[in-house]
Design a protein around this ligand. Structure first.
Ligand SMILES: C[S@@+](CC[C@H](N)C(=O)[O-])C[C@H]1O[C@@H](n2cnc3c(N)ncnc32)[C@H](O)[C@@H]1O
Length: 197
């Protein structure tokens, strides 16, 4: 098991609770607003939360009465926190997870930075996203705050990647996506609103 799987398994029990406290709660609120604005959730949508953790965003999306909602995470301890029977849980890798149906809305919040490369993820996301669907990605910005975040994870032996804006746009273009909008809800984070090209 890799260091980040150990880390997230250990964090699972307290993950949601800690996001409601102090400075993190403040950041979460800003990020949440930007994520929901970019994702444009709607009633009856089919949606998937890739790297869902303990379900912070999965639970939020459930409020829109989706016709299908799936939470995917590599950490069993994390997906085990998705208790609502209407949420389908998948302990799987976001680079390879596959379904027979595609999704109107694909969300990946705070998970891409743990991948060595975003290429396999984008290939898979393309298969998951419906032709007229929207994908939203929340990820740390490359910059001083991103490096502080990187240091934080480095301190418990979890490596993360920081992607530059140019690199993200190039990769999205390469895999047939178009970046429709980018926002920075906090000095640490980007929220990308992405469509099929
Ligand atoms: C920082 S947490 C974010 C969780 C959740 N999206 C949130 O906003 O609360 C990152 C999550 O991504 C998951 N993750 C990282 N790499 C993954 C991969 N390759 N496949 C599936 N899950 C992954 C981790 O297990 C962890 O639960």
């Amino acid at each position: 098991m890799s260091s980040y799987e150990n880390y997230f398994d250990d964090q699972a029990g307290k993950y949601l609770e800690s996001s409601d406290k102090g400075f993190w709660a403040f950041l979460r609120k800003k990020e949440k607003e930007a994520v929901l604005q970019a994702l444009e959730p709607f009633e009856g949508m089919r949606c998937i939360d890739l790297g869902c953790g303990a379900g912070y965003y999965t639970q939020l999306l459930l409020k829109y009465s989706p016709s299908l909602i799936v939470g995917v995470d590599r950490s069993f301890a994390m997906v085990n926190h998705l208790k609502n029977k209407n949420i389908l849980r998948a302990q799987a890798d976001i680079e390879t997870v596959a379904f027979q149906k595609n999704f109107d809305r694909v969300l990946c919040a705070g998970a891409l930075e743990f991948l060595d490369s975003i290429d396999p993820f984008l290939v898979n996301a393309k298969a998951l996203l419906a032709q007229d669907g929207l994908m939203t990605i929340l990820l740390p910005k490359r910059g001083i705050w991103g490096f502080i975040y990187k240091f934080f994870h480095w301190s418990h032996s979890v490596p993360i990647q920081l992607f530059s804006y140019r690199n993200l746009v190039n990769k999205l273009n390469k895999y047939g996506f178009k970046l429709q909008e980018i926002t920075c809800p906090t000095p640490m984070t980007y929220v990308l609103k992405i469509v099929h090209r």
